[in-house]
Ligand binder design. Structure first.
Ligand SMILES: Cc1cc2nc3c(=O)[nH]c(=O)nc-3n(C[C@H](O)[C@H](O)[C@H](O)COP(=O)(O)O)c2cc1C
Length: 199
């Protein structure tokens, strides 16, 4: 990446991964970026569980598939473009995420911060992690589909009741790099002084 603005344009949701491993030093760099995010009162309420064990990874992803089969697919079908739908299907049910050698479960310690600010203190850290992965040429994805099963995830990972999963992030190497993201131009959703006055 040639710089920050190029980096943000290339941060993408990857749903296919090669089987190339990611070493612990690299994972450490991602997490170091994550923990330098802002958080309310600087409470840093994040907890990360790096899941590399194949059996555990597979069981974790079973919950994503369960959520998808249990209504997620039907819900998404009515909302996503056919291209995105096929991509999400590939990640969750087509084995895409299962090829990722690392799953990072990001959880929130709801006793370490205020209830109202804890979730919003987690996602800046997740974004840092995703950007760091992009900078290092890795594939990553932010997924929340299995968050309907937080208690099962807690039991599986030995998380105490006050450490609540917020996202599962598959990390690996891309099969092929994706191009820049497609977004509405910022002017479409930006207003001058009052809503409705164009920028
Ligand atoms: C809060 C949040 C939850 C998401 N959950 C999922 C998910 O469960 N599964 C998935 O495949 N993608 C998930 N995504 C990824 C989005 O689909 C993706 O960011 C969006 O479609 C833009 O795609 P792009 O990064 O390829 O441009 C999630 C993104 C966000 C911000």
């Amino acid at each position: 990446m040639s710089g920050f603005f190029d980096l943000v344009h290339h941060q993408r949701a990857y749903r296919t991964f090669s089987d190339e491993p990611v070493d612990d030093a690299t994972i450490g760099r991602l997490l170091d970026a994550a923990v330098h995010a802002p958080s309310a009162e600087n409470r840093q309420p994040w907890e990360f569980v790096v899941v590399q064990d194949p059996a555990l990874r597979s069981s974790l992803l079973d919950f994503a598939e369960k959520a998808w089969d249990g209504g997620g697919r039907e819900f998404a079908e009515a909302r996503l473009t056919p291209g995105l739908m096929a991509d999400v299907e590939r990640g969750i049910a087509g084995g895409g995420y299962r090829d990722a050698p690392v799953l990072i479960v990001v959880a929130a310690d709801i006793e370490r911060g205020l209830k109202v600010t804890v979730p919003s203190s987690i996602f800046p850290a997740i974004q840092n992690l995703l950007l760091a992965a992009t900078e290092l040429g890795l594939a990553s994805a932010l997924t929340t589909i299995s968050m309907g099963f937080t208690e099962d995830l807690q039991a599986m990972l030995g998380l105490p009741a006050h450490v609540v999963p917020q996202a599962v992030i598959p990390i690996g190497h891309p099969v092929r790099p994706l191009g820049p993201s497609k977004r509405d131009p910022f002017e479409t959703h930006t207003h001058r002084d009052r809503f409705g006055t164009p920028w």
